[in-house]
Design a protein around this ligand. Structure first.
Ligand SMILES: *Cc1c(COP(=O)(O)O)cnc(C)c1O
Length: 346
């Protein structure tokens, strides 16, 4: 039995009629950037996640970039974050000339709040946590600066100043192209991001701030509206897949470490830590079970960052492997995955 890592075809098939209708509506409207579809999506998204404001933007990366710009982050400032994340969490701050200060992760694979606080200085303008793989990261209590949550994996309600989402097609809520959003309860920040999204123009062609083109396409907003109504059910499927994986692993003596659990876990990924990880992946691939490694190289070891030693992030990069957990995954597929892993360690 083949077990694909993603199943975009089934996910799309489940919503195809609504997506076709959404696209047709935009084609008939003649408005392709911004406009009523974007406004309606922002309202529906804010309601769904329980935030006062949602601002649709061009990608998860631009959501972070626009947020850091709106916070006035630039040269001379520091941003504390985890080295175990996708590049743009840190890259977006570095692009503005800020210094990225890494702090190590904890057992949940999220930024360790104690290490994050210890990494703060009087130049720190933000701590950026990542709700890694959907796990709600522990928050640094008493931080001397605002908290930004990179919630690309969880689409959770902002617990700090602001949260950012990505609607990259394979994320829990995927567009059919690039898209993202910023959500916040802070009206002034929401207004600033809205301004920066269109080159800081207010009114049109009168530029009062240096922004960029961070706009969301109407067609993506309409598609996201069609899919948003399914998100709760899809998340429930992911959680039930995770519970089934846990039960299957518990019935074996496989020497892998299961992901930390939490009632609010969005299970964007089900990421285990496995001895002889790379050989395990080859074994699985040869038997039709697709896996992925997020992320194979911690950011502090990437060419454009400062280096340093973050032992837990480095160990995670060498041992993590994400198993298929897309909503359409069937019982037999999960059993196959665990059986094939058991064979490898037998
Ligand atoms: C996907 C992702 C992003 C960036 O989102 P894009 O929409 O691809 O720009 C940022 N942070 C994390 C943790 C991500 O997984």
């Amino acid at each position: 039995m083949r077990v694909p890592f993603f199943d975009m075809a089934s996910e799309l098939a489940a919503v195809r009629a609504d997506v076709d209708a959404a696209i047709a509506r935009v084609l008939d409207s003649g408005t392709f950037i911004g406009g009523p579809e974007v406004t309606a999506f922002e309202r529906e998204l804010a309601t769904h996640v329980g935030a006062a404001h949602a601002i649709g933007v061009s990608s998860g990366t631009d959501a972070l970039l626009a947020t850091f710009m709106a916070m006035g982050i630039g040269p001379g400032d520091e941003v504390v974050t985890t080295p175990f994340t996708f590049f743009s969490t840190a890259g977006s701050a570095a692009r503005l000339g800020a210094r990225v200060v890494f702090a190590d992760i904890d057992d949940t694979l999220c930024l360790d709040p104690v290490a994050a606080l210890a990494a703060c200085s009087d130049r720190t303008k933000a701590i950026v946590t990542v709700n890694m793989f959907g796990y709600p990261a522990a928050l640094p209590i008493g931080a001397p600066c605002p908290l930004v949550e990179d919630s690309a994996h969880s689409l959770s309600s902002p617990r700090g100043l602001v949260a950012t989402y990505s609607f990259f097609p394979t994320k829990n809520l995927g567009a059919l192209g690039d898209a993202g959003a910023v959500v916040t309860n802070d009206a002034a920040l929401a207004d600033r991001i809205t301004l920066l999204r269109t080159h800081g123009a207010r009114p049109k062609y009168h530029h009062v701030a240096l922004g960029g083109n961070f706009r969301l396409d109407a067609i993506q907003a309409a598609i996201l509206r069609a899919k948003l109504g399914h998100l709760t059910a899809w998340t429930e499927s992911r959680r039930s897949h995770a519970a089934h994986y846990r039960a299957l692993f518990a019935a074996t003596k496989i020497p892998v470490e299961l992901p930390a659990d939490h009632p609010d876990h969005a299970y964007h990924q089900f990421t285990i830590r496995a001895p002889r990880r790379d050989a395990l992946r080859v074994h699985l691939a040869e038997r039709g079970v697709q896996t992925e490694v997020y992320y194979p190289e911690p950011l502090h070891q990437q060419a454009m960052f400062d280096g340093g030693t973050f032992a837990r992030a480095e160990a995670a990069a060498l041992t993590v492997v994400s198993l298929p957990i897309h909503p359409a995954l069937g019982d037999a597929a999960r059993e196959t995955v665990v059986q094939r892993i058991a064979e490898f360690y037998r």
